[in-house]
Design a binder for this molecule. Sequence first.
Ligand code: FAD
Ligand code: NAP
Length: 315
Amino acid sequence: MLILGSGPAGLSAAIYGARAGLAPIVVQGIQPGGQLTTTTDVENYPGFREVIQGPWLMEEMQAQAEHVGARMMWDTIVEVDLSQRPFRLVGDGGHVYLGDTLVIATGAQAKWLGLDSEQKLRGQGVSACATCDGFFFRGKKVAVIGGGNTAVEEALYLTNHSHDVTLIHRRDSLRAEKILQERLFKHHGIKVLWNTEVAEFVGGEGHQGLTGLELRDTRTGEVSHLDVDGGFVAIGHHPATELFQGHVELDEDHYIKVEPGTTRTSVPGVFACGDVMDKIYRQAITAAGTGCMAALDAERFLAEADFEAEAIAAE
Ligand code: FAD
Ligand code: NAP
């Protein structure tokens, strides 16, 4: 069993795969431990009453996977051949990996506006995940940047914590579904700034985090200032699927397509879990949950393949 990716999805698949006797090999990629290694406080991963640290949680998951028999490889896959089994994958140093079954858990990365001030204040008031970080802004002023489903859902979610939520969108109409738009417009705690873009994230002096946003009117160029403590960038994600283009079926947003209720992809024996196939929930716990599903689906696939091979041999 080959697993690509060492975030919560890949490592959960590894734990279940190892305990099912599938001798999993995890190719970790350039971000061992995945996205959670880029954050500090995690308060919503079940099982810990105290706040835990993202990098620590991922070290524990890796240690648990190794403890039950998974092997970790420090490599990044650059080439795949899924046309026949065993599947053949090539690492960037030329190492070849063969797998009777493959679990893709390569995750997704948030898109950012690309401002230096955004980079500087990430984790200090600037975030790309309201579900993850909204709780840290209880009673404070927050803004969400974007006009799609994610931005509108994040703005609505943030009203659980803040009575002062501003949605900032670069055009004069939203891309989000109508039903979400209706909920947004009806909500008294949310105001919308149309035709507006963020020119700079302001703050970071001394021990201060984000203190405000420098805004620019996209029609007139006029600059204004908005005081906020939290800025949530919600302009989309890039699933890490370039490698699989033309090999497994992707949806219109380039996420790996799976059969509903399973982790089965368009290629028998190849399974996908975590953020690489999930554009809605994008949480560590959902990634871990689908990682477990992928290992169970892979185990069943191999058991059926063995059964068929034995039946053919017996004929
Ligand atoms: P990822 O964690 O993205 O892992 C992907 C893995 O794939 C990485 O190991 C990478 O190296 C590997 N990879 C990619 N390409 C290749 C390749 N070609 N070859 C080999 N390996 C490859 N969620 C929560 O539940 N609670 C939180 O508090 C929380 N906070 C967050 C804070 C931040 C700053 C961010 C960015 C995210 C946060 N999340 C949080 C979301 C959570 O981190 C993700 O939902 C989760 O990590 C997704 O897990 P995953 O295993 O699918 O993918
Ligand atoms: P999206 O639909 O691509 O929307 C991105 C938004 O960000 C757009 O409004 C876009 O503006 C704006 N944007 C992009 N780049 C920008 C930039 N550089 N500066 C300022 N604004 C920028 O992304 P998404 O909302 O993350 O959704 C992705 C997919 O997941 C969609 O298919 C969506 O339907 C789906 N999704 C579904 C659910 C759900 O069903 N509940 C929840 C979340 C996401 P423009 O409009 O001007 O292009």
